[in-house]
Design a protein around this ligand. Sequence first.
Ligand SMILES: [Zn+2]
Length: 101
Amino acid sequence: MIDVHVTIPKRGNTISYGPGKHEYCKLCGSQIHFVKTRKGKQMPCDMALLRGDGKRTLIDHAGVTHRKASNEVFGYEPHFGTCPELRRIREHSKHKEGQHV
Ligand SMILES: [Zn+2]
């Protein structure tokens, strides 16, 4: 059983669902937004515009996904990679399979 915590935004905050609008991660409650990739997919990403560090995956303003983005790349990091709750769930399922991290 996975316990999912949903943070309910304070009154006055507008939540709009849909592409290009701000949304909240259903797992950790972080504010996220959708970035359209070149393939036309809406990718939930963190709000912060980041610079590549050679490790992280970033999606730039043109919708290009940069794996191991160099420091010349500015973009948004997919929330799948940064969500603490999702990471916890993943680690939990790894343990179930008997793998050690
Ligand atoms: Zn999250």
